[in-house]
Design a binder for this molecule. Structure first.
Ligand code: GTP
Ligand code: SPV
Ligand code: MN
Length: 593
């Protein structure tokens, strides 16, 4: 039975039913009883494996096809009427041609299958930040993941009422044929169509497809921003709470930073870090003139490998109940899960992510896929911020950009002002990771960590950033920084311990926001004096000299960076905002001095 009388919803669903021809339609009402029945069904068909109820209550394991384990950027399309609107960094197809291609693939693809109708809210139901979406899918795995990652159910439709302001999403698993896999966004139509995949970011349409690609376009039109950013709160010993948004490319440390555990000495002093979000921020100006952010998601779709009780206990604890694991290793001895970097005892009687028998004591292959993931409810997180559900969002003091660069980018630097900060974001570059199909470890430009997620021309997006800044009182605007936790020595060892110790850098950032600490001006911006980053407790790991070396801005190396930036900017032709061009000219001049 339909859960709404909204005509725009019902007629759109009718059209799609005619196209894909399901044998039945089930509306997801958000009730635990309905979800439980779906879990049982997925276990019965083998789509999910129920894990040890004592050790991992309510947890399940799912394996995707080995050809379907990450986002596929070359098959992700932005279908705006003209190619220029999508811009040179997106793959584009003319909407009419794309709809035809997709409908030909989707036609009759639900035959003998059930259509699940998932009404969901990105953001707390009813918040002024929030937006409604409806995803049609033929996958129970998608339903159960969406029920963790978003707010799902009838209340969402009640809030929507008769409005036609909602995002249409059609997912067809089809045959999971990699040659016919397409993830398509139609920003002008508020529509997403995804075919031939069943992996995370390709099919949980509320996440990257809506909350970043479609929402970035909506934000451009409506005067707000959708960003690939975590939101964390640093609580100082005096009780003051400061919120930070940080954008790092996929698998570059957002979840880890968002949930960081303060080093011992900081804990003793009374520092606390809480998490508002780990992947996506929706940001808008509040009545007091400051920028406020919400996390539109309701769960964490986190990278499993490397997550352990030392690196990220909060994430690990979040996965101990009500969690779906995807493409990790299955330990048959106790019916639990394992991944590289969980502990030093790989199971010997196990099934690897591909579904083959695996012995961790002997195998040279990985037990879990490098992009294996957990889908955990936000409410499980021990350090979840009390502001997580706040419909007004949280006020942002600092925006931090960052990437994975073995050389060049210093541990941290501060931009000179907002526009310079936008420039810093625009020239971000990072080594690629397993979160997307393709080569790993190749440095590429990834402005604001939005390269795969910006739903319109990146030059217009930069201009939007500049316009947002122009509308802010500089005293109230967040300060903008860049960090790099990933500097390596010539042997390939990380020079900075990272993880919890990143609070030492966050503390410098917040002191800069409060005007409490001096900094050294360089060609690229302000860097800390090495004495101003607290190393108490890690002096054995990082010497003052090492710290100084990763804070040094080497003009000669930066000069080598300029041609790459020029080449990247050239793709945008006349659309490159003049303010950005001017920032590059300033950098060149600073480097020449
Ligand atoms: P997405 O979910 O893909 O957007 O990734 P993310 O940005 O949330 O990355 P995540 O926090 O899951 O970290 C990805 C990888 O980076 C993991 O293997 C971590 O162990 C590693 N990592 C995270 N923080 C640090 C750090 O401070 N230093 C080092 N060396 N590695 C880190
Ligand atoms: C990312 O790749 O940035 C992710 C995972 O957060 S996915 O949902 O697959 O996009
Ligand atoms: Mn992400």
């Amino acid at each position: 039975m339909a859960l709404t009388t909204n005509k725009s919803v019902l007629s759109w669903i009718d059209e799609k039913v005619d196209l894909v021809k399901p044998s039945q339609i089930i509306w997801i009402d958000g009730s635990e009883s309905q979800l439980d029945a779906l879990r049982a069904e997925a276990v019965e068909t083998g789509e999910m494996i129920k894990l040890n109820e004592e050790l991992l209550p309510g947890c399940y394991l799912h394996r995707t096809k080995p050809n379907d384990v990450a986002r596929v950027e070359d098959r992700t399309l932005i279908c705006t009427p003209t190619e220029e609107e999508a811009g040179p960094t997106n793959h584009w197809m003319e909407p009419g041609a794309c709809y035809k291609m997709l409908y030909d693939i989707a036609r009759d693809s639900y035959k003998g299958r059930t259509m699940y109708v998932i009404p969901y809210s990105m953001g707390p139901v009813g918040s002024k930040f929030s937006k409604v979406g409806i995803e049609l899918t033929d996958s129970i795995y998608v339903v159960l993941n969406m029920a963790i990652m978003t707010r799902v159910g009838k209340t969402v439709l009640d809030v929507l009422g008769d409005s036609d302001d909602w995002v249409r999403g059609l997912h067809c698993k089809c045959d999971v044929d990699a040659e016919k896999r397409w993830i398509c966004q139609f920003p002008q139509d508020n529509t997403i169509i995804s075919v031939n995949s069943a992996y995370g970011g390709n099919v949980l349409l509320g996440k990257k497809c809506f909350a970043l690609r479609i929402a970035s376009y909506q934000g451009w039109k409506e005067g707000w921003q959708a960003e690939h950013m975590l939101i964390l709160c640093v609580e100082k010993p005096n009780g003051e709470k400061k919120y930070v948004c940080a954008a790092f490319p996929s698998a570059c440390g957002k979840t880890n930073l968002a949930m960081l555990i303060p080093p011992e000495e900081y804990k003793k002093k009374g520092y606390k870090v809480t998490t508002v979000g780990d992947d996506i921020s929706w940001i808008r100006k509040g009545a007091d003139g400051r920028l406020y952010a919400i996390n539109p998601e309701n769960g964490f779709f986190g990278v499993a490998p490397g997550t352990n009780m030392k690196s990220n206990p909060n994430a690990l604890i979040s996965t101990q109940k009500g969690t779906i694991f995807t493409n990790v290793c299955h330990n048959l001895d106790n019916n639990t899960v394992w991944w590289e970097g969980l502990d030093k005892n790989p199971p010997t009687n196990a099934i690897d992510w591909k579904g083959n028998p695996w012995n961790g004591a002997e195998s040279t292959e990985k037990g879990a896929h490098p992009n294996s993931r957990f889908t955990a409810p936000a409410k499980n997180c021990p350090c979840l911020s009390p502001e997580f559900e706040n419909p007004e969002g949280v006020p942002i003091s600092a925006i931090v950009f960052g990437g994975r660069r073995a050389k060049l980018a210093p541990l941290v630097y501060q931009s000179r002002d907002w526009n310079n900060g936008v420039f810093v974001g625009s020239i971000m570059a990072s080594e690629t990771t397993a979160a997307a199909a393709g080569a790993v470890g190749v440095v590429r430009r990834d402005p604001m960590a939005m390269l795969p997620f910006c739903g319109y021309n990146m030059a217009d997006y930069w201009q939007h950033w500049i316009d947002i800044g122009a509308g802010l009182d500089p005293e109230k605007a967040p300060k903008i920084f860049n960090v790099n936790w990933f500097r390596k020595d010539d042997e390939g060892n990380f020079l900075w311990p990272g993880f919890g110790d990143n609070l030492r850098v966050l503390n410098w950032i917040l002191d800069r926001c409060d005007g409490k600490v001096d900094a050294k001006e360089t060609a690229i911006g302000y860097v800390p004096y090495a004495d101003d980053i607290d190393l108490t407790g890690i002096e054995d790991e990082v010497s003052r000299e090492t710290l100084a070396s990763i804070l040094t801005v080497e003009n000669d190396l930066w000069k080598n960076e300029v041609p790459g930036i020029e080449e990247f900017y050239a793709k945008f032709g006349d659309k490159l905002p003049a303010a950005i061009r001017a920032e590059l000219e300033t950098l060149k001049k600073n480097l020449a001095d």
